[in-house]
Design a binder for this molecule. Structure first.
Ligand code: XIL
Length: 344
């Protein structure tokens, strides 16, 4: 049997150290995955940061500027410039873009606060989704259409959209997105669905209902905002969660991963953090439908955790002075050696 060049490279990689100059993007590409980070316009405006992002990652998500409030600040006015800056830079660098997020309960504009009838709210939803998705056609490859529609108890989250439209706002959002772009992959995105439990089950039910109704959904995004040591499932448990959707014919993405701990940091906490990233990447590599891995930033100096969860932090791959952490080296290692969790 002839061992092809790629087979040979993979066989050799089993015993070779990770090449020093291999970026995450290159290592992930060799495994058929794209790997990325959340970005802000300020990042792509800074030449050094922009070069780093272009080098290291193959996909980016706008951390904030594609959300409803930032991109649609008044009913008759959209503000596309910040999102355009991110999309233009990504396209120029040959990177892909995840769109985030068309419908969410946070970061909405104040003009949505007035009293709306169901029909008016549907018209607002349709205008918003049609306008934003159409603008980024052929440049955004995946959209988070609905974000966090299920609350932590497993109920439909009490949001503006649920109150004014009813539970079918979810299906409507997917329909509007598909009508605006027949090719983009459409995702339901949520947190804490990496652990088996009522929330994960309820999201699976929601997704099943959408599929049964013929609603155009292509994938499920696992945000994966993880806390260690308490909240990290094993690679095998995670693989089972991912397979829920793979067996339904959907794609799976890790969309916002970070791994926080209670400060102060210790070597043990950084080791647990590296284990958590390792588990997630291993599980993703074990499930062919899991083709995208995005971190919610790269530098501990610039993460949402500090502002939103005081007392927690240092959740990303590079420390506050820009040095790679053991989590970064572990991720490179697991991509290079392609370790698999044991079959259940
Ligand atoms: C966060 C951003 O990182 C912050 O800058 C912002 O203040 C709040 O939102 N789940 C999501 C993301 O889907 O959009 C959130 O991003 C983090 C939690």
């Amino acid at each position: 049997m002839v061992l092809g060049a790629i087979g040979l490279a993979l066989a050799l990689s089993a015993c070779q150290p990770v090449p020093d100059d291999a970026t995450l993007a290159e290592l992930a590409a060799a495994r058929g995955r794209r790997i990325g980070t959340a970005v802000e316009p300020s990042h792509v405006a800074n030449p050094d940061t922009a070069a780093f992002i272009a080098d290291e990652f193959s996909i980016v998500t706008a951390e904030n500027v594609m959300k409803f409030g930032p991109i649609h600040p008044e009913r008759d006015r959209y503000d596309f410039a910040p999102a355009d800056a991110i999309v233009d830079a990504a396209v120029a660098n040959g990177q892909q873009v995840r769109g985030h997020a068309l419908v969410w309960h946070r970061q909405n504009p104040t003009w949505l606060d007035e009293a709306w009838t169901r029909d008016e709210a549907i018209a607002v939803l349709e205008d918003h989704i049609t306008t934003v998705v159409t603008r980024y056609r052929e440049r955004v490859v995946q959209w988070d259409v609905v974000n966090e529609a299920i609350d932590d108890t497993g109920a439909m989250r009490d949001t503006f959209w649920l109150r004014t439209i009813g539970p079918d706002y979810v299906a409507l959002a997917f329909e509007f997105a598909r009508a605006a772009d027949p090719d983009v992959a459409l995702y339901y995105n949520d947190y804490l669905i990496e652990r088996a439990g009522p929330k994960a089950d309820r999201v699976a039910q929601l997704v099943d209902d959408l599929i049964a109704a013929g609603v155009p959904i292509d994938g499920v995004g696992y945000q994966m905002h993880v806390l260690v040591p308490e909240l990290m499932p094993s690679a095998n448990a995670l693989r089972h969660e991912f397979e829920r959707y793979a067996t339904r014919g959907l794609r799976v993405a890790i969309t916002e991963m970070d791994v926080a701990h209670i400060l102060p940091s210790t070597p043990e906490k950084f080791a647990a953090q590296a284990d958590a990233y390792d588990n997630a990447i291993m599980a993703c590599l074990a499930v062919p439908a899991c083709d995208t891995i995005v971190f919610w930033g790269w530098s501990d100096a610039d993460s949402w955790i500090d502002a939103e969860f005081p007392g927690f932090g240092n959740a990303l791959l590079f420390d506050r002075s820009g040095e790679p952490k053991i989590a970064y080296e572990r991720i490179r290692g697991v991509l290079w050696w392609n370790l698999q969790p044991p079959a259940a």
